[in-house]
Write a protein that binds this ligand. Structure first.
Ligand code: AVI
Length: 331
């Protein structure tokens, strides 16, 4: 771990070893593309271009989760702040913190110093966002961690906080399998003290007639987001993918209760990936499974928490009840 000493006493920035990243990407691609059902971890969508495309997705008319969660945070910010108290706010996957600002504003209105501790894998966004927030809020003190927290929620121990509210917004937990979700929640719950809270923003189950267009929009932005991972393998691993030979495929898996995104090969083809010394063969219509986005019912969310020793204490919904903000406390 490396802490950057900054002139500004209100800002501390920790680097937690994301450097080995290129090597891990190569390993994950080699492993995933050798499996009978080819797959890639969805975190590789988010290079610079992918992060821009994701921002565009959030503005699409079909992609409701972003706006639904923003509606909850803006409508109930004061209530949420009152419920959790003035605890230091730790946020996994903070990104540009656009929605979180509503909650931070409630902290600021309290007129007392408060701590915001964002954790993100995207260093530039983390750094820029922290600096912007320091200018916007006179009472905030920021401790930021640059880390891939998904496999290692324990990174937040570096904050050395006595009491805290830990937030995981954006339905990002939905991109983990249910088993990974339980493990992540268990490991996170183990980091909570008796008075700490956990806030989870999660997309709810609904008709595939609403879900499918949200992941297959008319403008093709989600398709570009999905195909971008091929460009990334070309650029970073010496891949020879022709993105024109693949198409964006979205389906709703009723058994698992998730949206699945795939890249479907339009033809039989063999694609070399130079840096991993592998040639990947595709049959016509064979797919790479690039993302699952699990949708939950309120009872399933309660049960997820229960498996991690977390009790569901409060719920907030958007007007259509399409999205849930859940507050848990250790059991
Ligand atoms: C980040 N995550 C919650 C998004 C989702 O809805 O699963 C990623 C995404 N994939 C396609 N569109 C958005």
């Amino acid at each position: 771990m490396r802490t950057e000493a900054l002139a500004n006493k209100r800002f501390q920035f920790y680097n937690m070893g994301v450097q080995a990243h290129q090597h891990i990407f190569a390993r994950d691609v080699a492993y995933g593309l050798a499996a009978p059902q080819k797959w890639l971890p969805p975190k590789y969508f988010y290079d610079e271009r992918g992060s821009q495309l994701y921002e565009q997705i959030c503005a699409l008319p079909e992609y409701y989760p972003y706006r639904a969660e923003r509606e909850i945070l803006s409508t109930y910010a004061t209530q949420i702040h009152a419920e959790i108290g003035h605890l230091a706010l730790v946020e996994f996957g903070s990104g540009s913190a656009t929605k979180t600002r509503h909650l931070l504003a409630a902290y600021e209105w309290a007129g007392r110093p408060f701590r915001y501790c964002p954790v993100d894998i995207a260093r530039e966004i983390l750094w820029d966002t922290a600096n912007r927030l320091l200018q916007e809020y006179s009472h905030v003190e920021i401790r930021a961690i640059h880390a891939d927290f998904a496999g290692q929620p324990e990174v937040i121990q570096a904050f050395q906080l006595e009491k805290k509210a830990v937030a995981f917004f954006g339905s990002s937990l939905g991109n983990f399998t249910p088993q990974e979700s339980v493990e992540f929640l268990q490991r996170t719950a183990a980091l909570l003290g008796p008075e700490d809270v956990f806030l989870l923003g999660i997309d709810l189950k609904k008709s595939p007639a609403i879900l499918l267009p949200a992941y297959d929009d008319a403008q093709g932005v989600t398709a570009a987001f999905n195909l971008n991972v091929l460009h990334r393998m070309n650029r970073e691993l010496g891949g020879r993918f022709d993105p024109q030979n693949f198409e964006h495929l979205v389906l709703y898996n009723y058994v698992q209760g998730c949206i699945e995104m795939h890249l479907r090969s339009r033809q039989a083809q063999r694609v070399p990936i130079v840096n991993i010394e592998q040639v990947v063969s595709f049959g016509k219509d064979e797919t790479i499974h690039t993302e699952s986005s699990f949708k939950y019912s309120v009872d399933e969310v309660r049960d997820l928490g229960y498996q991690a020793n977390l009790g569901l204490r409060r719920t907030w919904f958007d007007a259509r009840r399409w999205f849930l903000l859940a507050l848990f406390r250790p059991l």
